[in-house]
Design a protein around this ligand. Structure first.
Ligand SMILES: CC(C)(COP(=O)(O)OP(=O)(O)OC[C@H]1O[C@@H](n2cnc3c(N)ncnc32)[C@H](O)[C@@H]1OP(=O)(O)O)[C@@H](O)C(=O)NCCC(=O)NCCS
Length: 165
C-alpha cells in the first residue's frame, strides 16, 4: 500500500540512510547532493522541502518511508504550471512504487491544488523515470539538447508533461 504524507523532523535519520546513494542522486538536481549528510537532511526537512512554495511529501510503502515526491510551483505567466520530481530508495526499485506515488501526487496537484500543467525534466539516460512518467500519462514534449551539466558531463533533458484542461 502506497501513501503520501508530510515530512516530520523525526524523518532525518531515515532520510540520510535512503538518500546517501550515488545511484539515487545521479540524475537529480544539485540540491540532492552526494554524499547526503545529516546536515543536508536537516536543511531539506526544515527549509528545502518548502522553498518557493514547494509541496514535498514522503512516499510510504506499507507504512515505511521509502522515497519522496514533490511539486514546485512556477510563477508569473506560468503560475498554472508546476514541476514534479521524485525518487525512491534503491532497494525498493522495480516494484511499481514510484508509478503509484506519481499517480497520487499528479492527482493531488491537479484535482486539489488545481495546477493545469505538470512537467518533469528527465536526464537522457534515465529510462526508468521516463517509463514511470509514460505509465502515468505524461507525454514527451521535447528534447532540450545539452541542457544540464552534472558530474563533469552534459546531458540532454527529456521534457515530459501532463495537462488538466
Ligand atoms: C526512476 C525511479 C524513480 C523509478 O522508480 P521505481 O519505483 O523503480 O519505478 P516503477 O517500479 O514504478 O516503474 C519502473 C518502470 O521502468 C522500467 N525500467 C526500469 N529500468 C529501465 C530501463 N533501464 N530502461 C527502460 N525501462 C526501465 C521498469 O521495467 C518499469 O516499467 P514496467 O512497469 O513497464 O515494467 C527510481 O529508479 C529512482 O528513484 N531513481 C533515482 C532518482 C531519479 O532518477 N528520479 C527521477 C528524476 S526525473
Amino acid at each position: 500500500m502506497i501513501t503520501l504524507r508530510d515530512y516530520e523532523k523525526s524523518d532525518t535519520a531515515r532520510l540520510v540512510l535512503l538518500a546517501n546513494n550515488k545511484n539515487v542522486s545521479k540524475y537529480l538536481v544539485d540540491t540532492f547532493p552526494y554524499p547526503y549528510t545529516q546536515q543536508d537532511a536537516d536543511w531539506w526537512i526544515e527549509t528545502g522541502a518548502k522553498v518557493n512554495n514547494a509541496v514535498n511529501k514522503v512516499i510510504q510503502y506499507n507504512g515505511d518511508f521509502v522515497g519522496s515526491v514533490g511539486i514546485t510551483p512556477q510563477t508569473g505567466m506560468k503560475k498554472h504550471v508546476a514541476e514534479i520530481g521524485y525518487w525512491i530508495a534503491e532497494e525498493y526499485w522495480g516494484r511499481g512504487i514510484t508509478t503509484e506515488a506519481l499517480r497520487l501526487m499528479t492527482d493531488y496537484a491537479t484535482s486539489y491544488l488545481k495546477y493545469k500543467k505538470l512537467f518533469a525534466p528527465v536526464f537522457e539516460p534515465n529510462k526508468a523515470s521516463m517509463r514511470v512518467l509514460e505509465k502515468c500519462g505524461y507525454k514527451l514534449e521535447g528534447i532540450l539538447k545539452y541542457e544540464v551539466f552534472k558530474d563533469g558531463k552534459y546531458f540532454d533533458i527529456y521534457h515530459y508533461a501532463t495537462y488538466c484542461f
